[in-house]
Design a binder for this molecule. Structure first.
Ligand code: GLN
Length: 288
């Protein structure tokens, strides 16, 4: 028997309806399930287990409103305030970039360089939600990680994430790139996913990007302003033989390698992400 608060709209009806609303440029199956699971406060698997369960009026209205906001372009991660990255779930707000799968390539490469029981000193510059710092700390708990951001609002999200995840080895510093670090800091490895999109790049109008903080995406006319600063001053903060690993745009590999070589880094190379495009470049500070 249906109680007055329950609609005739089942979980499978709701998903079917929502998938018809959204454009095929997004992963409609995944995103509608994430949004409905959020509204119902249940794991996604329960949607598949209970397709005939009917929504209450409140649930139906909340789901319709979320689908409407998604239709206007707002990213699912901001709608639910969460995003999975590596093996962690992170809180995200509009003060932080939404962590991307391509940044997992940076984490993976960093973990190839950092030995399993190392007590390295690591920086994550421009940490945003704390994604890189949290992922690396969860895999290398003995390392000390200095996570920086110029935005205090982003840092409070990052701080909350590492507190919830129980990662006490991550410390936070406010400021622009290296200026945030305590003087005399000497690092084994510097990691960063800096802004690298060029001002006016049409890509900035793409699904979701207009909702993200522009200062986390855009970096000057070529997109390389932040990367240039990170490369040029990195050696001051790196121990001899320390590594600099930077994420960059698919067409920036050659220019970033050139910058690293000009600044005297060794072992300069570029790695591709899962989409098969250049995404991470690295270099090593001289051994002496
Ligand atoms: N990879 C992001 C994109 O979607 C850009 C992230 C960044 O600038 N760090 O374009």
């Amino acid at each position: 028997m249906i109680t007055p608060d329950v609609t005739r709209f089942s979980i499978s009806d709701a998903l079917h309806w929502a998938r018809l609303q959204l454009p095929n440029t997004i992963d409609r199956h995944l995103e509608t399930e994430i949004l409905l699971a959020w509204v119902l406060n249940r794991p996604r698997t329960s949607l598949i287990a209970w397709p005939d369960k009917r929504l209450t009026h409140g649930e139906k209205t909340r789901f319709e409103k979320l689908i409407d906001r998604r239709l206007q372009g707002e990213p699912t991660a901001y709608l639910i305030g969460r995003k999975e990255f590596w093996s962690v779930e992170l809180k995200v707000t509009r003060d932080t970039l939404i962590p991307r799968p391509e940044t997992e390539t940076l984490v993976q490469r960093a973990l190839e360089l950092i030995p399993p029981n190392a007590c390295w000193h690591i920086a994550d510059l421009g940490t945003g939600s704390g994604a890189i710092a949290a992922a690396v700390s969860s895999e290398r708990p003995h390392c000390r990680i200095l996570a920086t951001d110029r935005s205090n609002r982003a840092l409070s999200v990052a701080r909350e994430n590492t507190r919830i995840l129980g990662l006490p080895a991550v410390e936070f510093y406010t400021g622009d790139w290296y200026q945030a670090l305590p003087p005399e800091t000497q690092l084994n490895i510097i990691l960063s996913n800096p802004p690298y999109v060029a001002t006016g790049d049409p890509h900035l109008h793409r699904d979701g990007l207009p909702w993200e903080p522009p200062e986390a995406l855009i970096s000057g006319p070529s997109g390389l302003d932040a990367i240039q600063e990170l490369v040029c001053r990195g050696k001051v903060f790196l121990k001899p033989g320390g590594w600099l690993l930077l994420e960059h745009g698919f067409d920036q590999g050659e220019r970033v390698r050139k910058l690293l070589l000009t600044e005297g880094y060794h072992r300069v190379s570029t790695h591709r992400d899962l989409a098969g495009v250049d995404r991470i470049s690295e270099g090593r500070a001289p051994l002496q």
